[in-house]
Design a protein. Structure first.
Length: 164
């Protein structure tokens, strides 16, 4: 290595280190906007976590071999009620593109008709799950669980960051 090359390397190293330190993904605390995040971010996250827990409870009952229909019915009702709350959880500026630590993608606001259709599909499938659960037929509940899971997956594939 020549003296000139060594000098260039030494001179540029602090700049590279500074750039590396400033790097990160949207949603990192270093890149988030000033101020508190919109409350809806935590509310929607908690709501979706509860939907997921209720869906897992249904699946667990179906896989148990002796499903407790009361658990399935209560979980189906919970999912449907929570699906009905989604309208207020996505205000403009509460997405990942605004710098917040969230999995909500900009496509939610860029494709509002498609997002509304996805929410409507979740509500429709969750209502059907309540109906099927009330009938108590485990096979029919299993089929509806697939349909409900498909509604969730459709939305996740389009409107949610895949961070797995």
């Amino acid at each position: 290595m020549t003296g000139k090359t060594s000098f260039r390397l030494i001179a540029i190293t602090p700049a590279i280190a500074l750039l590396a330190a400033c790097g990160g993904e949207a949603g990192d605390s270093a890149t988030q906007p000033a101020g508190d995040p919109p409350a809806e971010i935590e509310q929607r996250h908690d709501n979706f976590e509860e939907i997921g827990d209720s869906f897992k409870a249904i699946r667990a009952q179906l896989e148990s071999g002796d499903p407790d229909m009361a658990v399935i019915q209560a979980s189906a009702t919970d999912i449907h009620e929570r699906a009905g709350r989604l309208d207020g959880y996505f205000p403009e500026g509460s997405g990942r593109d605004a710098g917040w630590d969230t999995e909500a993608l900009a496509t939610i606001w860029e494709q509002p008709e498609e997002f509304e259709a996805a929410k409507a599909k979740l509500l429709e499938e969750s209502e059907m799950m309540m109906t099927v659960a009330a009938d108590g037929d485990a096979a029919a509940i299993g089929e509806q669980a697939k349909a409900l899971g498909g509604a969730c997956k459709n939305c996740h594939d389009t409107f949610r960051l895949d961070d797995d």
